[in-house]
Each structure stands twice: as structure tokens, then as C-alpha cells.
Design a protein around this ligand. Structure first.
Ligand code: AMP
Length: 287
């Protein structure tokens, strides 16, 4: 595996591969890698000649300085994990490479309703920070395909919005977004770099979130949307130390709220739950 810290080195290495028309798949991450991230790398490997993974803990998307400071950074282990799945290139840039004009000169993106909706309402500025880093990384890597996890469903919608609203192209086409399924622990908890910040008891109890989503997946047709939402929030809030931030049913395409099942062709149930001091995200497609 090649490791680059500087954008110029990454670009010159990739330009030789691109000249040979090798397709490039890109997996952006913030590190502290787990099976969820590795599933994206494997998928990219299976669909591209070259797979680039980036590890960059993006300060611009943290609205809570404490969360940024506590974000795990086990880089040696991450490198071993990426090598174990035969990732071709690791891009590990310092902040000067990602934000040459500094973090105080971020671009402002028009993200439409996504900016202040659900996750955006709870984390002001978060998605503008995501848009900045993804836009910059896309210009550095110039991938044919971009691999993102369903785990961060709204983030996928934000990146779709950024790509569709920009004239950025690679070999005459916009990069394709490949949304990969959520990888879960054996008890159902969605894998997340933040899970290690849970105490043993919180970790065990947190599986109740996915249990509720699986129940919703299996029984949604038996309830109205408002009744199912009320019951689900109530049940999750009975998990010790758990507090639902939001639990909503959305049109999976437009990512707008629905109050009646008939309003959407495909429905996604999205939730954010604070367990102890850790915000956990999960979602499930109902149909
Ligand atoms: P992060 O390092 O948290 O920024 O995540 C990097 C990428 O991995 C994002 O596209 C996430 O949606 C994806 N990802 C994180 N957790 C999972 C998971 N449990 N299953 C699938 N993809 C995931």
C-alpha cells in the first residue's frame, strides 16, 4: 500500500494510473477504522482498478470541540487494517493540504433543506464542514466512484447534493456515489468509531436502538407513522442513559419527512440517540 501525505505526491502517483485508464474508487474516512469502513474498501476494490482511502479527522465538521479532541486516532492500527484488505493507496493529509487557505476560510455551500434538517439541526455547521472536505478531497483524488456508508444516510444525501450542484467531472462524468449497507455488530449495533467511547453497560444497552429499528422494519405496516414514531421513541428512551434526539420517517429519495406511508415510494427510518455522552446514528430502509 502506498501512503501519501501531500496532495502533489498523491496526484502524480494517480495521474500515471489514470493515464492507463485505470478506474479509481475513493473511500473517505476519519480513521479509527472498523469492519464498516473495510466493507467500503472491499466494495471499491471489487469495482475499480485502484482504491484510495483517506484518513482525515475534519475539524470543519465538528461543532463540539470536545468531540473533536476525543475523536480516536489509532493510525498504526488503521494502516495495518487497510493493508490487510489490500487497499492500494492511503491518503493521510495534514490540515494544510486539505485547507491551504486555513480553516477560517471555508466555502459556504447551499445544501437546501438538508443543512438545517435532523442531523443538521442538531449539529449546526456540520454538513457545511462535510461539504468542504468532500469537495476538496474529490478534487485531489478525482475518483470515478465514491463509496459512502448508508450508516450516515443524510451525509450521503448532502454529498449527492454537492456533486450534482457542481460542475466537477472526472473523465467527462460526475463521480458515481455508491451507498454501501450498514455493517453491524453481532447484537445489531451499527458499527461506529464512537462506540468505543461507550462504557461496557452503555455498549450492551445501545443494542436496543437497532432492535427497535428491526421491529419497525418488520411491523411498520401495522401502525400509522405517528403512532409507530411515538412508541419507538418511548421504548428507546426507556433504555438506561439513552435519550432520543430524533426518530423520523423520511422519503429515502428526497429525504423529507413523511407522516403517511403513502407519501413515499421508499421509506427510511432515521434516528439519533444520545447514550451517556455519545451520539449514535442509525437508520433502516423499510421497503
Ligand atoms: P467516518 O470515518 O465515520 O467518517 O466514516 C467513513 C465512511 O464509512 C462513511 O461513508 C460512513 O458512512 C462509513 N461507515 C461508518 N460506519 C459504517 C458502518 N457501520 N457500515 C457501513 N459504513 C460505515
Amino acid at each position: 500500500m502506498h501512503l501519501f501525505k501531500h496532495a502533489a505526491d498523491l496526484k502524480s502517483a494517480l495521474s500515471a494510473m489514470k493515464a492507463a485508464r485505470a478506474s479509481v474508487g475513493f473511500v473517505p474516512t476519519m480513521g479509527a477504522l472498523h469492519e464498516g469502513h473495510l466493507s467500503l474498501v472491499r466494495r471499491s476494490k471489487s469495482e475499480n482498478a485502484v482504491t484510495v482511502c483517506s484518513i482525515y479527522v475534519n475539524p470543519a465538521q465538528f461543532n463540539d470541540p470536545n468531540d473533536l479532541e476525543k475523536y480516536p486516532r489509532p493510525i498504526e492500527r488503521d494502516i495495518e487494517l487497510l493493508a490487510s484488505v489490500s487497499c492500494d493507496v492511503l491518503f493521510l493529509p495534514p490540515t494544510e493540504e486539505v485547507y491551504p487557505n486555513g480553516l477560517s476560510h471555508l466555502k459556504h455551500y447551499d445544501l437546501g433543506h438538508l443543512e438545517h434538517f435532523l442531523e443538521g439541526a442538531s449539529r449546526p455547521g456540520h454538513f457545511n464542514g462535510v461539504a468542504n472536505v468532500v469537495d476538496r478531497l474529490l478534487h485531489l483524488v478525482e475518483p470515478d466512484r465514491l463509496y459512502l456508508g448508508q450508516k450516515d444516510f443524510q451525509q450521503v444525501k448532502v454529498v449527492e447534493h454537492v456533486i450534482s450542484g457542481s460542475d466537477f467531472q472526472v473523465s467527462g462524468a460526475k463521480p458515481a456515489i455508491v451507498m454501501c449497507p450498514i455493517v453491524r455488530e453481532a447484537d445489531g449495533l451499527a458499527m461506529s468509531s464512537r462506540n468505543i467511547r461507550l462504557t461496557a453497560t452503555q455498549r450492551k444497552n445501545a443494542a436496543g436502538i437497532s432492535r427497535e429499528l428491526f421491529f419497525i422494519h418488520d411491523h411498520w405496516k401495522e401502525y400509522s407513522a405517528s403512532e409507530l414514531k411515538r412508541q419507538a421513541i418511548h421504548r428507546i428512551n426507556t433504555i438506561p442513559e439513552a435519550q432520543v434526539d430524533y426518530l423520523e420517517f423520511c422519503d429515502a429519495g428526497e429525504f423529507t419527512l413523511i407522516t403517511d406511508w403513502k407519501e413515499a415510494r421508499q421509506i427510511v427510518c432515521v434516528t439519533s440517540v444520545i447514550v451517556g455522552a455519545v451520539r449514535l446514528l442509525d437508520n433502516i430502509l423499510l421497503n
